[in-house]
Design a protein around this ligand. Sequence first.
Ligand code: FAD
Length: 462
Amino acid sequence: MNAGVVGTLRKLIGEDWVLDNLEQTKGYLYDQTEELIRPRAAEDSIVVKPGNTKEVSEILKYANEVKIPIVPRGGGTGLCGAAIPTKSSIILSDERLNKTIEVDELNLMVTCDAGVTLAALLEKLKEYDNLFFPVHPGDEGAHIGGMVVQNAGGAKAVRHGIMRNHIKGLEVVFPTGEITNLGGKLIKNNSGLDLLHLMIGSEGILGIVTKVILKLYPEPKYSGTLLVSFNNREDAIAVVPQILQRGIIPLAIEYMERDVALESAEHIGAKWPAVDGSVDVIIILSEDKEDTLYEKSEEIVEICDSNNAVYTSIAESAREQNTILAVRSNVYTAVKHNAVDGLDMAVPIGSIPDFMREIFRLADRYGAKTPSVGHAGDGNIHNFIMRENGEIPPYYEELKEEMYKTAVKYGGTITAEHGIGKTRVPNLALQLSHKEIELIKAIKKAFDPNGILNPGTVVNIE
Ligand SMILES: Cc1cc2nc3c(=O)[nH]c(=O)nc-3n(C[C@H](O)[C@H](O)[C@H](O)COP(=O)(O)OP(=O)(O)OC[C@H]3O[C@@H](n4cnc5c(N)ncnc54)[C@H](O)[C@@H]3O)c2cc1C
């Protein structure tokens, strides 16, 4: 990167907060999809770490004037290459925007700086009697700003939905350096087009999020985690719509094949409690009354038994429940070394059994190993396409495309929660029409006429 640019940025935010040495910057060149997008042409990118919104604004204003790409970066836990620069860029890390976590008990809301980690928010909420924030992607190192622009989901979406359902306000800096507040602590707000919701899921291509207002909830008193095992995938998947059709809305319904459960348990040094069966379903319940928790658990066990369950247990202590959730959350980190890609498709709940059957048939046709886990209660399954003898198999692109087409055929999506980022840009047209893609490009241009923000993400405008 040009020495003049580095010098100007150092004047704007201070000597210590501009990194231009590859040794220091290389950790900022990747997210968790490092295999699929390589930042080779971006190795002379620099990293800036503004300490407040005004500094973010000054950096953007300057970059927009000299037309240098800005790649926003949160915790770097993304799974679609969205935070990876593909050309010489200014990587804007929000890690120093992490000072504010203001809990407003009266309105049941919290205001966070964008660089606050999910772990820090959850830790802060422990200071309060029973306050709860429900969105939990598997890596608590994710920043709240990153979770906003990726519209993160996670395990607990069955009852509480995804980030979009809990974001009330945002402070955003646009590429011109203008600072804007969108939304606020309101229940209703119908003024104009909803720019707040346009920012949610925008993957860093429209503006930089610097502050976030989130909704909080009273935490139900009783929780229990059912672990139910089956001898085959079909029986395991079949219980998901049946539980929901009964009107039982658990916090989470997770599907996990035993091989990956064991690999993940070993990876984190835990013991997986189930022995019989080859596929597990985890159902997390959370209720205000103990009796209700037991009644619902019994109903679920009945449904599972009628679908040939071979093992059932209920974990009630926080320690046992946390172990089960930790094993599920760490599947990705455990299998990553041998996985080419972790897909993120979703279909309407009622179609999951048929969709999964077709997906497994496709994998068999290609002779591919595709161990699977997923937020089955949201219709969202992660199928991993694995390496063969350490290499990306020749069928990878074709199998992936066939799987995406199958999801779309069932009225589904090619990505439920991880995002398009840079890895799925070539596949977007499998789901969206030409008109939709043209509208996305026009919106991007309206926010960012010089195209400086996160080029090559979601859509290509060249
Ligand atoms: C083990 C593991 C499990 C996971 N499980 C889930 C899961 O269950 N559900 C789920 O949804 N996700 C999951 N993820 C993915 C990831 O945690 C989420 O996508 C998360 O929202 C990314 O946040 P981040 O701060 O790490 O963002 P980054 O990866 O740093 O960035 C993601 C995108 O956001 C942009 N960005 C970051 N900060 C800002 C900002 N302040 N302003 C504007 N743009 C910004 C970046 O440019 C990039 O486009 C998992 C990841 C891992 C590693």
